[in-house]
Design a protein around this ligand. Sequence first.
Ligand code: F6P
Length: 550
Amino acid sequence: MNAEGRSRLDQMPEWTALSKHREQMGEVHLRELFAKDPGRAGRFTLQVGDLHLDYSKHLVTDETLRLLRELAAATDVAGLRDAMFRGEKINITEHRSVLHTALRAPGSAVIATDGENVVPAVQHVLTRMGTFADRVRSGAWKGHTGRRIKTVVNIGIGGSDLGPAMAYEALRAYTHRDMQFRFVSNVDGADLHEAVRDLDPAETLFIVASKTFTTIETITNATSARDWLLSGLGAGQEAVTKHFVALSTNSEKVSEFGIDTDNMFEFWDWVGGRYSYDSAIGLSLMIAIGPERFREMLAGFHLVDEHFRTAPPEENAPLLLGLLGIWYGNFWDAQSHAVLPYSHYLSKFTAYLQQLDMESNGKSVDRAGRPVGWQTGPVVWGTPGTNGQHAYYQLLHQGTKMIPADLLGFARPVEDLQPHLVAQHDLLMANLFAQGQALAFGKTADEVRAEGVAEELVPHRTFQGNHPTTTILASELSPSVLGQLIALYEHKVFVQGAVWNINSFDQWGVELGKVLAKRVEPALTQGADVPGLDASTAGLVAKYRELHGR
Ligand code: F6P
């Protein structure tokens, strides 16, 4: 039974069995589950590489997990996984292989698509990136006027921005501290303006990151950056060579833009944008942390790839996390999933996951094009703890919504933290553990009363608890651990797409807005008549022109 022709998910006996099981569970509480099963805290943990996962604070029993694994078996998650790793064209709407796992495979691996082993090309680009990164880092690479590069500005959007920007923040402690790294994505000119206003063009390198090299935001910003550079240097087009490099699959468009293809680092159509930061798209990160650490990060990714590919279902962490998401989204009506990293360095982690998860699984037709009759990808959101605790955690604790959450933390702070700040790390982590406990077990009305709280305030000060969380701990946020974490989430998203029978690898949903924006622009600038503009939008365009003074 292939993925297109398989039975409808909600008609499978494994799905029905889960629905029944959910009904039987009724209003179960985590307090009860822990009381009945003292061994669950020890049993419901997994170790994958450096990642320790505690999933005991979930509304599941051994039976739930067994039924979820049966659903995974019935929907042939393992079959699609193996097809992905083998290089089959599982991105059926774009007729592409999905081979981001080849980006971090060892040089000796053989992974073929269209009859060609892609690994040598991957290694070749990595080596070129390494040579270039070393030259920029050491100052051997000089700008047009002979000065060394002090600032790298990555211009890209979506997968060509979020990955390197997130990983640069995450691994700041490992970066070349004498250099600056900035990331420009928004077509709002303010983004580029703020990024370059204090820079010296003679010491600035722009990395134009775009898989297609046609994305309007990126090409517009890159063109403006080139104007800024050339006018700042008072130089002609020849200065571009020393100050612009490109990361792309499209050498024709790169040349058209005026970037020498010798200064282009290639990747391939089998690397999805949101799965691309370990490809050439990671060049800014590689310059920041150095080629060796970049390779350590790739090894971290690969470790989890291998785990996902080979671990039995009972011990397979991405499978487990994917299935837990399905349990809540499809059987508990959860609409969103919070990712709450207790690390300031992971400030962009959740934003990165938003694209990974929501662009992959925000789909409403199955692989055969039929409307799905079940919920698919959740809204993913969150910010680093402890900041969120003083903002939206109120809703997590006492609101009416079911929001499963991931709590992420590290045993040790980064090595170069000033000694007087190291002690703060325990306080940070105490908050993580306290939140997991409070969310799961809450505080009963009787416990509140026992504290002598006035009766009319008891309901206000009671915490229902029963909010499920996964806790993910590692010793420290190293390049390898970051790779492990990202691969864990990539494969979790894969598992969910496989069960829901959707194509997690296209993103047609972003096209309509792009097309309409192109059509509306002449209406704003020239007052051109846009055929088919609805009355509300036409009114807004007219108001905009009036306010603008046109
Ligand atoms: O938002 C759609 C999208 O295609 C993303 O999937 C992609 O990461 C982003 O645009 C940028 O695309 P490109 O790298 O081709 O500029």
